[in-house]
Design a binder for this molecule. Structure first.
Ligand code: NAI
Length: 686
């Protein structure tokens, strides 16, 4: 291999104790990832180091953000077939086997990200030392991409931690910090940054016996216990992911059940199974979703914008939670409402959030100190960003803006969390309308990653860019959308929800409707979703959208709301709720045409998506897919609505829409955008 200066990814340092320090610093990259070239260079170094018989080897990263983030995911999309994938996996396994077989102590010195292939590499070392901070994360998140470890990650983790702990990490894909890793036996030492090198040196020089799992952990790998545990794992996974849509965790369970104590068998099975999965539709779509997420992240990267103070007005469901989230992410936040009593419940919820997320009392107190109740609205004056989340009423919002704008700093941003009012209806209250932008959060704020960044006709490019950067600073994903009714997500979701209401009114049991949607891959059925959001909120948004788009709101929804059945929050909506959980009457799906139900729901959603693309509510099909996946959980393994249309064929869906239109009514009339789609995919426009 040619080692030009550009593609040298490692460099070696040997210290006075004859310990070799192998620095990984991937050329031309901000993050260390593994690819063919990296493996080849790593192997060359390992062979060379083996001939030098050092006291030990420490592998470390020169990147500030972490050790190794995993495999180079862009390479996944280039894999042509499973044979090619298998060869690549085998090569990686060989290199890690060489590392593991070195006859002297080997240490992975870990800070920041150590995920996927990074954790697999560290497992091939005799010891792991990590930095002691919450930002150091170890894990095998492969299942989130529709695959599982393939470079020996499971083959090595299973004997080290025992089946129960190892499979929990692999099947959930969750990452853990060094302290948790130490408790589980994955990490040997956890130390502050300044002691990292000393800790690695100590492990090499003292060469203690590597971690051994306790008897209970070992027992979970016992051949008699495994079939039993495998069934438990499968049941747990089934709650989150259906086998037909997400085969990888089930494949992993099978591999473990058959080979847990047979290292070579496990390595072979890992590679063979992964080579199949990686070329399958689910993995390819999930990899696409990963890149969509990266695309959204890249929209908010203006490092020069550094706001500090946030002032939130409206301490209700949304404003209270937005304020808490901003304080959790490190901002100084003042929270205003009409009286202290209205702010108090938001502070209580904030404390709950901080306790769940931060755990340590000192951290919880620090976060609480960053969140100031401020019913007089004094914080407006120092705020870099004012977020308005008061009642959904244009007149009330305008009158508030008139009051606060003169007190805002000249460069401060004004963001509204309105879910339906176009910014054009709000500009008139402002002397500087260019600073107004929409920051449309979704409920619950702490769970929903997406924030629609609404760009009205007077919003300046700078305000929109700052809003996107701020969205990233609070670790949410910004989606730029135009200031049209319902923006993107609610607009596309509403026809789908209304179709569910119509189906229910026709007599289809709510549970059957929900099953049709979850079988398609939605995270929650539309009826339950409507109940969860609140039927009053659904009705409000549906009325606004119906006014703009000449649609009708089903009477059934009106009736439920006027009867006080508002969904989960009132104890009854379409379902009854006991202790916050829906009581679903048993309904046999067998009597219903599930395919037609699914088509009615999903095709209305797809039709509205096509309409939004035609009207340029978002800039691209990709952004639409990203918005629906991160804003609603739209079946990620299908890659988003537009990607799904592409996979099934625009002409096929358009034809089915026409069939539904003649059978069920004009609401299924295909949007004109289908013709453009069919032309671009070479179909007929008939
Ligand atoms: P909410 O009714 O729970 O809270 C509104 C709060 O604003 C109340 O506490 C009220 O006292 C306060 N308020 C009203 N006028 C005020 C004023 N002039 N000064 C100070 N405080 C004032 O409402 P929610 O649900 O939090 O909605 C707020 C905004 O967020 C609305 O624009 C809504 O459309 C939007 N939104 C709501 C979502 C939801 O799921 N609830 C989702 C996304 C956006």
């Amino acid at each position: 291999m040619e080692n030009t200066k550009e593609n040298v990814h490692f460099h070696v340092e040997t210290d006075d104790d004859n310990i070799v320090w192998l620095h990984f610093d991937k050329a031309d990259a901000g993050t260390n990832v593994l690819n063919v070239e990296v493996f080849e260079q790593l192997d060359e170094h390992l062979q060379q180091i083996a001939t030098e018989s050092p006291r030990g080897l420490v592998i470390l990263s020169d990147k500030a953000n972490g050790f190794i983030a995993g495999a180079d995911i862009s390479a996944f999309t280039e894999v042509k077939n499973s044979d090619q994938a298998l060869a690549f996996l085998r090569r990686g396994q060989d290199v890690f086997n060489h590392l593991e077989a070195l006859p002297f102590p080997t240490v992975a010195l870990i800070h920041g990200f150590c995920l996927g292939g990074g954790t697999e590499l560290s497992l091939a070392c005799r010891y792991r030392v990590t930095r002691d901070d919450p930002g150091t994360r170890l894990g095998l998140p492969e299942v989130k991409l529709g695959i599982h470890p393939g470079w020996g990650g499971s083959a090595r983790m299973v004997p080290l931690l025992g089946g129960l702990k190892a499979m929990d990490l692999i099947l959930s894909g969750r990452s853990i910090d060094g302290r948790t890793g130490k408790r589980m036996g994955l990490v040997d030492m956890v130390v502050p940054e300044r002691h990292l090198r000393a800790a690695a040196r100590k492990l090499v020089l003292e060469s203690p016996a590597p971690h051994q799992p306790g008897w209970l952990d070992r027992l979970s790998n016992n051949a008699l216990i495994r079939p039993l545990l495998a069934r438990v794992f499968s049941r747990q996974v089934a709650k989150r992911a259906a086998r037909k849509h997400y085969p990888s965790p089930y494949a992993m369970i099978d591999i473990w059940r058959k080979h847990a104590t047979d290292r070579q068998g496990m390595l072979d099975a890992e590679a063979q199974s992964l080579a199949q999965l990686i070329t399958g539709a689910t993995a390819q779509h999930l990899v696409r979703v990963f890149f969509l997420q990266e695309q959204l992240k890249s929209l908010g990267k203006d490092k020069s914008y550094q706001p500090k103070y946030v002032h939130v007005i409206g301490a209700g469901t949304m404003g209270g939670d937005i304020a808490a989230w901003c304080a959790f992410r490190g901002f100084h936040v003042s929270l205003q409402d009409q009286s202290p009593e209205r702010i108090a419940p938001a502070l209580k919820r904030a404390h709950g959030l901080f306790a769940r997320k931060l755990k340590r009392p000192i951290k919880i107190n620090e976060a609480m100190d960053r969140l100031m109740p401020d019913h007089r609205g004094i914080g407006v004056e120092r705020a870099d960003i004012v977020i308005e989340a008061i009642f959904e009423d244009a007149e009330v919002k305008r009158s508030l803006y008139k009051d606060i704008e003169p007190r805002m700093k000249p460069g401060a941003l004004l963001a509204t969390n309105t879910s339906s009012i176009p910014l054009e209806e709000l500009y008139s209250a402002l002397s500087r309308p260019e600073r107004l932008v929409g920051l449309h959060f979704f409920n619950p704020v702490a769970m929903m990653q997406l924030v629609e960044v609404v760009n009205g006709e007077s919003t300046s490019a700078e305000a929109a860019a700052h809003a996107m950067t701020f969205t990233r600073q609070i670790d949410r994903l910004p989606l730029p959308v135009t200031s049209t009714p319902g923006f993107l997500v609610n607009r596309i979701l509403m026809p789908y929800l209304m179709e569910a209401v119509l189906l229910e009114a026709e007599g289809v049991p709510a549970a059957v409707i929900d099953k049709a949607a979850t079988d398609f891959g939605m995270p929650m059925g539309p009826v339950q979703l409507a109940d969860t959001v609140g039927l009053d909120i659904c009705l409000h948004v549906a009325r606004i959208l119906a006014g703009h788009f000449n649609a009708t709101v089903p009477e059934r929804l009106d009736k439920l709301v006027s009867d006080g059945h508002l969904g989960r929050k009132s104890g009854r909506g379409f379902y009854e709720y006991k202790k916050g959980k829906a009581v679903k009457p048993k309904a046999s799906a067998g009597n219903w045409n599930l395919e037609e139900i699914t088509n009615r729901l999903i095709f209305r959603l797809l039709n509205e998506s096509v309409c939004c693309v035609r009207e340029h509510v978002v800039e691209s099909d990709d952004l639409l897919d990203a918005g629906m996946i991160f804003g609603t959980g739209f079946a990620p393994f299908r890659g988003g609505p537009m990607h799904h249309i592409d996979a099934v064929g625009a002409a096929v869906i358009k034809q089915q829409l026409q069939g539904l239109m003649s059978l069920r009514g004009e609401r299924f009339t295909p949007d004109n955008g289908w013709n453009t789609l069919m032309q671009s995919s070479g179909g007929s426009t008939a």
